[in-house]
Design a protein around this ligand. Sequence first.
Ligand code: NDP
Length: 243
Amino acid sequence: MNAEITKPLAVVTGASSGIGAATARALSDLGHPLLLLARRVTRLEALGLPDTLARAVDVTDAEAVSAAVREAEARYGPTDLIVNNAGVMLLGEVAKQPADEWQRMLDVNVTGLLNGVRAVLPGMVGRGRGTVVNVSSVAGRKSYPNHTVYSGTKFAVHGLSESLREEVAPHGVRVITIAPGAVETELLSHTTDETAKADYQAFKDAVGVLTPQDVAAAITYAYQQPQRVNLREIVLAATAQAA
Ligand code: NDP
C-alpha cells in the first residue's frame, strides 16, 4: 500500500459510466483508494485514477464481487464505503416487455446490490463503522409510465435499505439511500422499446436533467459527515422536474 494514502478504501459498483464514474472521480479527488467494478473493465481503467483496482465483475456474481473486495482490502485495507450504484433501466409496458428484461433488472438492481452489501457488511459491523450508499431513484418513491418493473426494483432498494439501516445502526454502520430524478447518463440507451425510449427522452428534454457530478456531490457530501450523522435519504432532481 502506498504510504501516502491516508484515506480508507471505497468501493463503487457500476463505475464504468454515468453516476458511478463521476462518484469514483469525486472519491479519488478526496484521496480515497478505490475498488471499481463493472463489466467493461477498459472503461474503468480509462478513468486513470490513482490507487485504484479495476475489476471486470458482473454484480450478479456474488462470489466475484466478494473476491474483488478481498483483493482490494488486501492491498488497501478495510472497506469504509461502498456505493452500490450498478443498475439497469429497461422501460416498457409489462404486458409487452420480454420477461428476461424484468429478470435482468431484478438481478442487477436488487440481487446485485445485495451482493455488494454482503461483501462488505460483516467487516463493517465487526469494526463498528462503515457506510453503505444504495443508489435508488425517485422511481423508488413514486410511479412513472413504462417504469413498472424498474420502479419495483427501486422500491425494493428503498425498502431493503431502510430495514438494513435499522439492522446495522446499533453497530455504528450507516446506510444511505440516494434517490435521483433524471440524470444524463447511458441509462436510457439500453431500453429496447423504442416508443418508451422516445417518450422518456421527451420527458428528459422537457424537464432538464441532473449531471452525474450533481449526484456524486450528494454522495460525497453524505459520506463526509461525521460517522455519528446519518443522512438517511437524499432525494435530488433537476429543479424543473415537477413529477
Ligand atoms: P449508466 O448506464 O451510465 O451506468 C450504469 C452502470 O452500471 C455502468 O457502469 C454499468 O457498467 C453498470 N452495470 C450494469 N449492469 C451491470 C452488471 N450486471 N454488473 C456490473 N455493473 C453493471 O447509468 P447511471 O449512471 O444513470 O446509473 C447508475 C445508477 O443510478 C443506477 O442504479 C440507476 O438505476 C440509478 N439512477 C439513474 C438515474 C438516471 O436518470 N440516469 C435516475 C435515478 C437513478 P457495465 O455496463 O460496464 O457493466
